[in-house]
Design a binder for this molecule. Structure first.
Ligand code: UDP
Length: 335
């Protein structure tokens, strides 16, 4: 199968590239390397079935180039990370709304199928103990930049759905809940790599607010095969699927677990939100997925424990790298 991936040099994208190459796909990546890194693709650069195009999803010609001849497209390119969104709201809006429209048009013309990566962020402040795909979205003020990401991704989903209904574009949507794992950087906000790095360096772990806000972290090694399988299901077209972890944990307990598991001497510090983030930030107290739709469709049943996730993220941050824990070793075929 010929597959194109926008955002393939990013954290999730690069794992997807390895997974698909190992399964025998020919893979072309489009990435502008704004937050993605070529280093993430070090195991696949030079592979005869892998091609990389540096370019933006805002550039229709570049998108056409990678989509041409593809059977399926994964649209993962986006401005992500709370810090990035809050500090660069305009660029983020343009990338996340207009960029997706460009990809939808290009894929429609090419005849490929599309998998659109969306986010649990779209549920906003809904603190339900089981967010289903039909759950209400509760967003804060349109003038707070944090909510621009949720707003943009909501528009992306609506665009995708309209392309499906009006033009029959075969597009499925996945909503990812706090996906974590090796290669994720803490630079743009993400809590697990940040706290793990701090614990390994013996620095204080920065827990924002009172630390009682909760999340359900999921492992990239569980998410990537699920995304792949969903992209192969015709009944997924026109639908959205939650993909999240099954274990709810407060950020304070997460910090304590990281310190304990890594044998760190670091203290844990509570940092008020006003100090932690630029203006325009508002947190979510809770975010718990109901994964039953993805379970029914592709048997999604995330197995990796939080302890294992923390260990794998820690291994990725240590100077001497352990073998890749995901085990999708791509065999480098001779060119
Ligand atoms: N957070 C934290 N310390 C950090 C980074 C984040 O306490 O160094 C908190 C953040 O305020 C939020 C949670 O961890 O409550 C998850 O943040 P992240 O940015 O990883 O994901 P999201 O907010 O999008 O769920």
């Amino acid at each position: 199968m010929k597959t194109a991936i926008t955002g393939g040099a990013g954290f999730i994208g690069s794992h997807l590239v390895e997974h698909l190459l190992a399964a025998g796909d020919k893979v072309t990546v489009l990435d502008d390397l704004s937050t993605g890194r070529l280093e993430n693709l070090r195991t696949v650069i030079g592979h005869r079935d892998f091609h990389f195009v540096e370019g933006s999803i805002l550039d229709r010609a570049a998108v056409d180039r990678v989509v041409a001849g593809a059977d399926r497209v994964f649209h993962l390119a986006a401005a992500v990370g709370v810090n990035l969104i809050v500090e660069h709201p305009l660029e983020s809006l343009r990338t996340n709304i207009h960029g997706t429209e460009v990809v939808l048009d290009a894929v429609l013309e090419s005849g490929a199928s599309l998998l659109l990566a969306s986010t649990s962020e779209i549920y906003g402040k809904n603190t339900s103990d089981s967010l289903s795909e039909e759950s209400d979205r509760i967003l804060g003020s349109a003038l707070k930049s944090r909510w621009t990401y949720a707003a943009a991704k909501g528009i992306d989903e609506a665009f995708a759905h309209a392309y499906w209904r009006q033009f029959g574009l075969p597009v499925a949507i996945v909503r990812l809940f706090n996906t974590v794992g090796p290669r994720q950087t803490g630079r743009y906000g993400m809590v697990v790599p940040r706290l793990v790095k701090q614990a390994l360096a013996g620095e204080p772990l920065t827990v924002y607010g009172d630390g009682h806000q909760t999340r359900c972290f999921s492992y990239v090694g569980d998410i990537v095969p699920a995304i792949t399988r969903i992209s192969e299901e015709e009944s997924a077209y026109g639908n959205a699927y939650n993909l999240g972890g099954s274990y709810e944990i407060s950020i304070l307990t997460l910090a304590q677990r990281i310190v304990e598991l890594l044998g760190s001497e670091s203290p844990i510090t509570l940092v008020p939100y006003e100090q932690a983030y630029a203006e325009g930030y508002e947190d979510m107290r809770r975010r718990v997925p109901n994964n039953s739709k993805a379970k029914d469709l592709v048997g999604f049943d995330p197995k990796t424990t939080l302890d294992q996730i923390i260990q794998n993220v820690a291994a990725d941050h240590r100077p001497v790298k352990a073998p890749d824990p995901l085990g999708w070793k791509v065999t480098m075929a001779a060119n």
